[in-house]
Design a protein around this ligand. Structure first.
Ligand SMILES: Cc1cc2nc3c(=O)[nH]c(=O)nc-3n(C[C@H](O)[C@H](O)[C@H](O)COP(=O)(O)OP(=O)(O)OC[C@H]3O[C@@H](n4cnc5c(N)ncnc54)[C@H](O)[C@@H]3O)c2cc1C
Length: 394
């Protein structure tokens, strides 16, 4: 026998949980979320959790602002310890990227973001180990920081449940039931569900789920990696988040004496990636290069203790921005995918606009035109994203 609901969210990552919470809050019917494994089993549970507002695309910057605001206050509504650490962020680019950096800074200042250029001396005052080369530029964003992704997922799930969403783990959506071009339900390992709308927040599994329906989205699944180090004995304590575009790496404090390091863009591969079977360990031949680049930016940390790393998946679009839209040719199906390395950050705003799209028929809080599914076929997708600094990937 089929189970009934009004709105079905597929995927229990940050985006799906946020969407379920926002949808349930609107009280527009019964909201059920189905997660095939466990919350955060995709990219969300492995996220670095960096939160910053630096972006030259207005819609992305607005989503980032919304995310920071949301996480800074999440603990108040939950009555839990704070999830957000306002560590501040240093962003470093090459001198050749000065024009792009200036444009982004101007946009940030206009939006009221506390951000300022800093020189090498001020950088060492902020982080005693950090060094800036002569052909590099740095800025400091004071309100940026980081979250623990698992705490975020816990908070989002708690919030969704409080608003009345029914969250189910271990239930896999195996196909959509479509009648005359409109979705009427889904098939799962537990049997069918009927519903009036389906939100796909299925991360790396999205292409596979959509394959039978001729609704291809311009998304690519890529593998990325992260490395862990423990600071050396004289290596100081936790400091700021560093987004190092000159070297293509981020650095974030992890626990009191630890550091997490990873690439700013996931590696391209020739072979399609199977999200159920990929290498979850860090590549042995990748780690030494990370240590070299860590030592170049923070010479005092060259004796850090290596603690291995992990492999993980991200979903990217050609312009680095997510797709937030109803899906062409599948009436009643909405897609929220392709957030690359910023879905924890953007999940709160994404959840809100998904609720508006599904319940009101259009988004009110954001202009979603730059995030429409069809933009790549129309040529817009060729435009660069709001972080146009050349990076050395992986
Ligand atoms: C190493 C790394 C670092 C990152 N750093 C940052 C960062 O600093 N800041 C930031 O904001 N973001 C960051 N991200 C990005 C981010 O965490 C993930 O890309 C993101 O969380 C994806 O969220 P999602 O909800 O879209 O998808 P996912 O988290 O991938 O969730 C999709 C879920 O859908 C479920 N699912 C799939 N198909 C089905 C189905 N058919 N039926 C039921 N369930 C299904 C999966 O099991 C999975 O749990 C990082 C990611 C990685 C991997």
């Amino acid at each position: 026998m089929s189970q009934a609901c009004d709105i079905l969210v597929v995927g229990g990552g940050a985006v799906g949980l946020s969407a379920a919470s926002r949808l349930a809050r609107r009280r527009a019917g019964r909201v059920v979320l189905l997660e095939k494994s466990f919350f955060g089993a995709g990219g969300s549970g492995k996220s670095a959790g960096l939160l910053f507002q630096h972006d030259g695309v207005p819609v992305a910057a607005a989503m980032a602002r919304g995310g920071l605001r949301f996480y800074a206050h999440l603990h108040e509504s939950l009555g839990s310890p704070p999830v957000f650490t306002r560590a501040g962020m240093v962003l470093i680019v090459r001198e050749s990227d000065r024009a792009a950096l200036d444009a982004n800074l101007a946009a940030q200042r206009e939006a009221g973001v506390d951000v300022r250029p800093i020189g090498g001396q001020e950088l060492t005052e902020i982080d005693a180990n950090a060094r800036l080369a002569e052909d590099e530029l740095a800025v400091f964003e004071a309100d940026a920081g980081c979250v623990d992704p698992v705490q975020v997922l816990t908070g989002l799930a708690e919030s969704a449940r409080r608003h009345g969403a029914d969250l189910r783990q271990g239930v896999e959506v195996q196909g959509l039931d479509v009648e005359k071009g409109k979705v009427v339900g889904v098939q799962t390992n537990e049997g069918p569900y009927t519903c009036g709308a389906v939100v796909l927040a299925t991360g790396p599994w999205t292409p596979r789920l959509l394959k039978p329906y001729k609704t291809a989205l311009a998304v690519e699944v890529r593998r990325t990696q992260a490395a862990f180090f423990r600071r050396p004995i004289d290596g100081g304590r936790r400091t700021v988040v560093t987004i190092d575009f000159a070297q293509g790496l981020y650095f974030r404090p992890a626990s009191a004496d630890g550091l997490q390091v990873g690439p700013l863009s996931a590696a391209e591969t020739k072979e399609p990636i199977n999200p159920d079977e990929y290498n979850e360990a860090a590549d042995g031949d990748w780690l030494p290069g990370v240590r070299q680049r860590l030592s170049r930016r923070f010479p005092g940390l060259h004796r850090s203790y290596g603690r291995g790393g992990y492999g993980a998946l991200q979903v990217v679009t050609p312009d680095g921005l997510p797709i937030l839209d109803r899906l062409p040719g599948l009436d009643g199906v909405y897609g929220a995918v392709g957030f690359a390395g910023r879905s924890i950050l953007m999940a709160p705003a994404a959840g809100e606009v998904v609720a508006e799209l599904v319940i009101d028929g259009k988004a009110a809080t954001l202009d979603l035109t730059p995030l429409r599914a069809a933009r790549f076929g129309e040529g817009d997708g060729a435009k660069n994203n709001g972080l146009p600094y050349g990076t050395i990937a992986n």
